[in-house]
Ligand binder design. Structure first.
Ligand code: DOR
Length: 464
């Protein structure tokens, strides 16, 4: 039998370790893994000598902005950026218009992905309408996303319909999500505390980007660490599978580590900016609104790398959050009016490959954080997240020795900028394949909108 595609000559990151192996792909799946003659002939052969094949990254935290905010990004532009970044599954967030918190809206948004996405997809709705939660899980949602943050002076990104910070309502949400067995992703934030803190800054006339950075980091990040501790206690009380987002401080990492040691169902997500951008005050000064949402102390950085290495963090989620330059500019004088968030999906794998080159973590551990972990937490294994026979042929083929500069000219996101422009990185994505089809080839996006398919939790039967 001949395969559709054989990838020859590469090293492959397999569940048992990294080895020289050839891969055969048939009908979109991995049909064989072996050396030389053990892999059949194929219609097409890709010579990948000198390259390394990874399972495609699964980003469970992408802001596609579609529908409602498509002037910033849309499903097609976001998934072009995903393809260029080695991401083969991208999961959207509910802060769109209308906010995704009902089954009807969820189905409508999935329709849009089916037409527009280059890569496989799903979308995590907000569990803010409790009676909709069982139906959303039955319809195929991988998990639920709730924000504890509410915007004070701006109207986006923390819109009504996706946020809950009242502890009583959060209890109800956690109980209802627990009954579905799906993870509850929470953006931890103490709204009452920040309201008091920000008033003090405003009374002193301090509103610029540097003031905003200091306000959020006040009291050594109490605004994030406090709710993280409470959420972990809520997990214990309700049994919900808590997926704690935006882990970015030493204390939050220690809380997650301790909860895991007690056997609690807590998983952690770290965003690339926590170790590559917002942990460096000089970036906040230089890039201002283009670096913020938040600033975290450089003293946390080593603890965050340790948390990435030791299993405290399960998932690197990009929190790809594109906004237009015109929307960011006001942040130089009033950051409370500028939307927080930066694009990350296209650059993060290269940044982390560079970290691998510098010995910060192993390649195998990185693969676990960008592919295996997300697949495990969101129920996509064994179909996604690892290179095994029978799995979808979702692959990121990378060159670990390629040294290049991240350039704004290469940005696929509609927002047209990246906070990482000018950075030298060692490691680059060369090809990306989704179910055996190239969506990025020789560093050019070649995928077509409509190739992406809905991926639902394993065992659901909803996935064709
Ligand atoms: O900085 C952020 N940006 N934080 C969020 O919670 C949302 C995101 C966005 O949508 O822009």
């Amino acid at each position: 039998m001949s395969a559709d595609l054989v990838i020859r000559g590469a090293r492959v990151v397999l569940p048992q370790g990294t080895a020289r192996a050839d891969l055969a792909i048939s009908a979109g799946r991995i049909a064989g893994i072996g050396a030389g003659e053990r892999v059949p002939d194929a219609l097409e052969v890709l010579d990948a000598s000198g390259l390394v094949v990874l399972p495609g990254a699964i980003d469970t935290h992408t802001h596609h902005r579609d529908p409602g905010y498509t002037h910033k990004e849309d499903i097609t532009t976001a998934t072009r950026a995903a393809a260029a970044g080695g991401v083969t599954t991208s999961v959207g967030m509910p802060n769109v218009d209308p906010p995704t918190n009902t089954v009807e809206r969820y189905r409508a948004v999935i329709e849009r992905y089916s037409r527009g996405s280059l890569v496989d997809f799903n979308h995590n709705p907000a569990p803010t309408v409790p009676h909709e939660i069982p139906g959303l899980a039955a319809a195929g949602a991988l998990g639920f996303k709730v924000y504890m943050i509410e915007d004070s002076k701006r109207s986006y990104p923390h819109i009504p319909g996706v946020g809950v910070h009242d502890h009583g309502r959060l209890l109800e949400v956690a109980e209802a999500v627990a009954a579905t067995g799906r993870p509850l992703m929470v953006h931890p934030h103490d709204q009452e505390l920040i309201t008091t803190i920000e008033q003090r800054f405003w009374e002193r006339g301090e509103t610029a980007h540097l003031a905003y950075a200091r306000a959020y980091a006040s009291y050594d990040s109490l605004v994030w660490d406090g709710p993280a501790a409470w959420l972990i206690r809520l997990q214990e009380a309700t049994g919900v599978r808590l997926h704690l987002l935006h882990v970015k401080t030493s204390r939050t990492a220690a809380l997650v580590r301790a909860a895991k040691a007690r056997g609690q169902q807590v998983t952690g997500e770290l965003n690339p900016v926590a170790v590559f951008l917002c942990n460096d005050w000089s970036n906040i000064e230089r890039l201002g609104p283009y670096a913020l949402s938040t600033w975290v102390r450089d003293e946390y950085t080593e603890d965050l790398w340790r948390a990435l290495r030791d299993g405290t963090i399960d998932v690197i989620g990009t929190d790809h959050a594109p906004h237009l330059r015109e929307e960011k500019e006001v942040g130089w004088t009033d950051m409370w009016r500028a939307p927080g968030g930066v694009p990350q999906i296209q650059d993060y794998l290269a940044l982390f490959l560079d970290a691998v080159a510098h010995g910060r973590l192993s390649l195998e551990r990185l693969v676990e954080l960008v592919a295996g972990g997300p697949a495990r937490v969101f129920g996509l294994a064994p179909r996604k997240g690892a290179i095994t026979v029978g799995a979808d042929a979702d692959l990121a083929i990378v060159d670990l020795s390629s040294e290049c500069t991240i350039e704004e000219a290469d940005v696929q996101s509609k927002c047209g900028w990246t906070p990482f422009a000018g950075r030298r990185v060692r490691g680059a994505v060369v090809h990306t394949l989704v179910r055996g089809e190239f969506v990025y080839r020789d560093r050019v996006v070649v995928g077509r909108p409509g190739h992406g398919r809905l991926v639902t939790p394993a065992g659901d039967g909803a996935r064709a």
